[in-house]
Write a protein that binds this ligand. Structure first.
Ligand code: PLP
Length: 441
């Protein structure tokens, strides 16, 4: 006779054990990942045999906060924090989201201004507008990074943050920028998307301002397909960035605690990194020094072999030792000569690009940021532009940063491949010398 006593009153459980169930992710998903490695047919079959023979194979948990094993995203955060040298590090799903989380951590919102350079990937400025604040666009100098003097002139009572970008692998002039910012008590958000692992005077980029933001997208120094990080020494800023990146602090350590301090809880978004990206990112971070030494070897060899010549100069690098060396930029005297050199070098097989040509759209140059220049808004509320008195909205114009356009229209940009052999480097330098010898007589 069955015991009908309720379990809650000491009777037997009706459902003592459910399962076991297979994990949500199994061998098919792992196989799809392995397919990305382009394995040789023989090796493919060997791995397939191991995978499909193993009836017990348990898939991973790709959500960091549920993973019963040590989280790869947490490991990536730890490794990145150690690399950059900050007390806190938050993984995000991109640098775009890292920038929003950083600006939001600082309280950037309607009516505020953030100073950004006229030459940067559009995201540095677009994220300001996405926070309902006004991007104030200022000139870069001959380093192609934010000009500290232009920053000083652009500060107003509304300036909530300054966002220097370490452009194309090199550090911005961080001593002068920090001096201007500190004088006014304005926090700095370093956009280090393009310069992961670089440094300025011995300090890693992303550890100098109040917050640093990194990209691990496909094009960057360190990559995980998509991904990003926010770095900071400030626990409060970290707490707020974590909350913003996690809807509303859903997964903070004491999840359901009431607000412990005014400003701790608010409605955010979901920018969480998945365990797959975390696993790739942690491996990349560990390889950072060897990746950088590959770029530095190749760039130094090419640069040394370029013959000095009147009319040729290199981009100023505020701290050569901190250059990630992913890019070599040369300036010629006129836009016309630069265009000629560009075409001639390409014909020689030198993989050089021009930075600015008014006929070629490029999201890195402010003149093409129609969304900002034309003051577009996603909704009928007219934000961010309606958030400040009409007379205080910047008068954007396509010619408002003439120094930036002058530098960019005379720049030749060589992206460095860290796998170039010495022979590749020498061939590239030969092509550059051949063309400049002919053009700069
Ligand atoms: C300077 C800069 N900031 C931000 C971003 C945005 O990075 P993500 O693609 O990770 O959102 C990029 C990407 O190209 C960038 O170059």
């Amino acid at each position: 006779m069955s015991d009908e006593r309720l379990a809650i009153e000491g009777g037997p459980k009706a459902a003592p054990q459910l399962g076991p169930f297979p994990t949500k992710i199994g061998r098919e998903e792992l196989w799809e990942i392995l397919e990305m490695w382009e394995l040789e047919p023989g090796k493919k079959e060997q791995i397939q045999a191991i995978l499909f023979d193993d009836a017990e194979l348990r898939g991973p948990h790709l959500f960091r906060y549920y993973n019963p094993k040590p989280s790869r995203v947490a490991a990536a955060e730890q490794a990145m924090g150690e690399l950059i040298g900050t007390k806190h590090c938050l993984a995000t799903n991109s640098c775009t989201s890292a920038l929003v989380a950083a600006y939001r951590a600082l309280g950037v919102g309607m009516g505020d201004e953030v100073i950004v350079p006229a030459y940067t990937f559009f995201a540095t400025a677009a994220t300001v507008a996405a926070c309902n604040a006004i991007p104030v666009i200022v000139d870069v100098d001959d380093s192609l990074c934010l000009d500290p003097d232009a920053v000083a002139k652009a500060i107003t009572k509304r300036t909530k943050a300054i966002a220097p970008v370490h452009m194309r692998g090199i550090p911005a002039q961080m001593d002068a920028i920090m001096e201007v910012a500190n004088k006014k008590g304005i926090p700095v958000v370093e956009d280090a998307a393009q310069s992961g692992g670089g440094s300025f005077r011995g300090k890693r980029l992303g550890s100098i301002g109040a917050l640093g933001c990194f990209s691990f997208d496909y094009y960057k120094v360190l990559v995980s397909g998509e991904g990003g990080f926010v770095t900071t020494d400030d626990e409060w800023l970290y707490t707020r960035a974590q909350s913003w990146h996690d809807t509303a602090a859903c997964w903070r350590p004491d999840r359901y605690a009431h607000e412990r301090r005014e400003g701790e809880l608010f409605c955010g978004e979901n920018y969480r990194m998945s365990e797959l990206e975390g696993a790739v990112a942690v491996a990349q971070i560990r390889k950072c020094e060897s990746i950088l030494s590959g770029y530095r070897r190749a760039k130094a060899r090419i640069k040394q072999a370029i013959e000095p010549r009147d009319g040729l100069c290199f981009r100023r690098i505020p701290d050569e030792a901190g250059d990630t060396a992913v890019c070599l930029v040369m300036f010629l005297p006129t836009p016309g000569l630069t265009k000629q050199a560009l075409e001639a070098m390409k014909a020689e097989g030198v993989p050089v690009g021009g930075v600015y040509d008014s006929t070629v759209r490029d999201w890195h140059v402010y003149t093409y940021w129609d969304h900002i220049l034309e003051k577009k808004s996603v909704a009928g509320d007219g934000l961010p532009w309606s958030g400040v008195p009409a007379g205080e909205v910047p008068n954007y114009a396509r010619d408002m940063c003439p120094r930036t356009l002058d530098f960019l229209s005379r720049a030749l940009m060589l992206d460095i491949n860290r796998n170039y052999s010495d022979a590749d480097c020498d061939a590239i330098a030969r092509g550059i010398n051949k063309v400049l010898r002919a053009l700069l007589k």
